[in-house]
Ligand binder design. Structure first.
Ligand code: PEP
Ligand code: MN
Length: 338
């Protein structure tokens, strides 16, 4: 159950509301986000919610029967919209593209990528500077210096940045240079990282774990939300199954499911999702049909020479063609918006 508090609720009123919640045998946690204050009550017996609704200091009350609460659509029916500023939004209609290399490799590559994105009308660039690699001997990214270089060029060109944060200790130093923090599949249940990202005021894109269930993904999102940050994006990036024909199995069932169960925007990453360049275009289009609010794509001027994930990375020409097809598809979808 979620009790939304009036912004003017006093400490005294809060104590009375919590005492009432305890009286029903439930535990009430006070959640303070950047947008509001709530009491999330778990357990206890069912009762007429009007008993709580009429208490002073209460704005509204909702029963939520899911394991997650504040990210549930049972609480908030309208879709959440993430606003990156300068007219760039994700969610609530329309379709955003976040494209760029798996790894940031150097200044020349950043310039070439940004020129390409700008000419295609893409407003958000992806790229890793702290790379989680299976082998410690693989390229692990240019680090903070690389991020500073990339960010300066992106800002000059009006491009927003999404990049992966591997550890809570990196958040403060990355913060000034980025627009969206990405939590990778390997960190999907790193609860100290999720807690810490709940205390910042920039959006967080949370990837599904390689063998994470959708309920686990939503509970991870709840960690970020309940620590204060309501700007969370959910990302389907493929799961591990018995199928070895391609890198991962892009679970597109997840898109309508997550949009049904949660008010948070849903992003599809077909690059990691299938992991094979020749299938990425079709899976990106399929993700859009499934209802994704945004698509995360790996793109490189010369995928064969990319320092990571080249095998699943689209060339500039392939990207241009995909974006053309996506635009045409968007017009033909029932909502007309994607
Ligand atoms: C990436 O986006 O390059 C990445 C490492 O993704 P994932 O966490 O989904 O493997
Ligand atoms: Mn990658």
């Amino acid at each position: 159950m979620i009790i939304t508090l009036d912004s003017s609720a006093t400490e005294q009123q809060l104590t009375e509301i919590r005492a009432r919640v305890q009286g029903y045998g439930a535990t009430g946690s006070l959640v303070q986000t950047q947008a509001g204050r709530y009491i999330v009550a778990i357990g206890g017996r069912e009762f007429d919610i009007r008993e709580i609704g009429q208490l002073a200091g209460v704005r509204d009350v909702h029963y939520v029967h899911d394991a997650y609460q504040l990210v549930s659509r049972q609480w908030k029916v309208r879709p959440s919209v993430i606003d990156l500023g300068d007219g760039v939004t994700i969610g609530g209609g329309g379709h955003q593209i976040m494209a760029g290399p798996c790894s940031i490799e150097g200044e020349q590559q950043v310039h070439a990528s940004i020129d390409h994105l700008r000419s295609s009308g893409v407003r958000i660039m992806r790229g890793g500077v702290f790379k989680p690699r299976s082998s410690p001997y693989s390229f692990r990214g240019l680090g903070l210096e690389g991020l500073k270089m990339w960010s300066a060029i992106a800002r000059e060109n009006g491009i927003k940045i999404i990049t992966e944060v591997l550890d809570a200790s990196q958040i403060d130093s990355m913060y000034p240079y980025i627009d969206i923090f990405q939590v990778g599949a390997r960190n999907s249940q790193n609860f100290t990282l999720l807690d810490a990202l709940g205390r910042v005021d920039k959006p967080v894109l949370l990837k599904r774990g390689m063998s994470g269930s959708l309920e686990e993904l939503l509970q991870s999102a709840e960690y970020i939300f309940s620590n204060g940050n309501e700007k969370v994006l959910l990302c389907e990036r493929g799961i591990r199954t018995f199928e070895k024909a391609y890198r991962n199995v892009l679970d597109l069932n997840a898109v309508p499911y997550l949009k049904d169960k949660s008010h948070l925007p849903v992003v599809v990453d077909p690059s990691h999702g299938v992991g094979v360049r020749r299938y990425v275009t079709q899976m990106a289009l399929a993700g859009m049909v499934a209802g994704a609010d945004a698509t995360l794509l790996e793109v490189h001027s010369c995928p064969e020479q990319a320092k990571s994930d080249g095998a699943q990375t689209l060339s500039f020409d392939e990207t241009r063609e995909l974006l053309r097809q996506m635009q045409a598809l968007q017009m033909s979808l029932p909502s007309g918006k994607g």
